[in-house]
Design a protein around this ligand. Structure first.
Ligand SMILES: NC(=O)c1ccc[n+]([C@@H]2O[C@H](COP(=O)([O-])OP(=O)(O)OC[C@H]3O[C@@H](n4cnc5c(N)ncnc54)[C@H](OP(=O)(O)O)[C@@H]3O)[C@@H](O)[C@H]2O)c1
Length: 357
């Protein structure tokens, strides 16, 4: 385990969230979304005091968070271009759409607030570190003010790939994803639930506009986000660029197909890779067993999203030699994308930084 990620449940400091971190004034912008609510639940579970939290979205409202249904108030963010909305704030998590984060992130950072942005707006900026603490947490030593959290599918694939990269140099990676409805936020989840109710002959019970390109219930949609003139989807572009940045392998060959599946939570990835030289599956299994943030799954029919939901680890299984030479290998990985792909990873980033006020 590196020193950049603390173990879940470590006494007194779950996810590395210490008394010093609990003294910080923390803003969660986009607190009413799928990621924002999860992050609030993690902060409360880590012992962060309610009066040290400031929750913002587009509107006033009340949230009930976590198993104890802790009541929290939500207020609207007035302006994207000044830090006046967040007086006394030490740390801001932006769980907002990219167009919001693009303006708000740099504004808050310039005002001296530490910002962890969960959108895609700033991830590829050369002056913004893109962090999975178990992989490249060493980049936090420079104490950056503005930090990006990766794309959810990328984070889940990157963790096992980083372990393999330590054994032998990665040359080629092919990723096929099976992405949950909640990857499209609260609207994705309510759309799938409404369609499933319709399929069961019940009233739809949601009027929210679907974020999907087609009906998702009983379906598979083989592209996520916009598709460009070369036929590559926005999600596929992010996986290639972000994997290269996080793994610090600018020439890594990455090819992917991203699909939306009618699963509530957890993204799955089938990964086929090739390293320079040889790769022994038994060695890979042994390295993954010891790696922080990873749980090895020996079930020949696992890991699966249903059983992996609401867990912290990236679950890795179906590890086997590939047929494209002695350096080729295949595996299947599943992670709760709202946790390790978003809220948990962001909390781990903040926990790995000094609790500066
Ligand atoms: N869902 C995932 O699995 C996942 C994983 C990794 C990264 N991400 C990224 O994380 C971000 C949040 O995703 P999500 O899934 O939580 O989306 P979501 O469920 O749609 O929530 C979006 C949140 O942003 C708020 N918001 C929108 N415009 C705003 C504005 N102008 N000012 C203040 N707040 C505003 C919304 O507030 P209202 O409720 O008031 O509209 C809501 O709280 C996105 O950038 C997404 O790409 C998501």
């Amino acid at each position: 385990m590196t020193s950049f990620v603390a173990a879940t449940g470590r006494e007194g400091a779950p996810w590395g969230w210490t008394d010093e971190h609990r003294r910080l004034q923390v803003a969660v912008v986009g607190a009413s979304g799928a990621v924002g609510e999860e992050l609030l639940a993690l902060l409360l579970a880590a012992g962060h005091p309610v009066d040290g939290l400031d929750l913002l979205a587009r509107r006033y409202g009340k949230l009930e968070i976590g198993p104890e249904r802790t009541k929290l108030s939500l207020r609207p963010l007035e302006s994207l271009s000044t830090a006046n909305d967040l007086p006394g704030c030490d740390l801001a998590f932006l769980c907002t759409p990219s167009e919001v984060s693009r303006v708000l992130g740099p504004t808050l950072a310039e005002a001296g607030i530490r910002v962890i942005d969960l959108s895609s707006a700033l991830r590829m900026r050369s002056d913004v570190p893109l962090i999975v603490p178990e992989i490249n947490g060493d980049e936090l030593r420079a104490r950056p003010r503005l930090i990006a959290n990766p794309n959810c599918t990328t984070a889940i694939a990157a963790l096992p790939l980083s372990v393999i990269q330590r054994l032998a140099r990665l040359e080629e990676v092919i990723v096929v994803s099976y992405q949950a409805a909640s990857g499209a936020g609260a609207a994705g989840l309510s759309t799938l639930a409404a369609e499933a109710r319709e399929d069961a002959g019940l009233p739809r019970a949601s009027t929210a506009a679907s974020p999907f390109a087609a009906r998702l219930s009983r379906n598979v949609i083989p592209a996520i986000a916009e598709v460009d003139e070369q036929g590559i989807s926005g999600e596929e572009q992010k996986i290639s660029e972000e994997l290269r940045k996080i793994l610090r392998l600018p020439k890594l060959l990455v090819e992917s197909t991203t699909a939306r599946v009618p699963v509530e939570r957890c993204h799955s990835v089938a990964v086929h890779l090739r390293v320079r030289g040889e790769l022994d599956p038994a060695r890979v299994r042994a390295a993954l067993r010891e790696a922080p943030g990873i749980r090895l799954d020996e079930d020949p029919h696992g890991p699966r999203p249903l059983e992996s939901a609401r867990t912290d680890a990236v679950h890795v299984g179906r590890i086997r030699a590939g047929s494209r030479g002695p350096g080729s290998l295949c595996f299947f990985a599943v992670g709760d994308q709202i946790r390790k792909g978003a809220a948990l990873n962001a909390l781990q980033i903040a926990a790995a930084l000094p609790a500066e006020r």
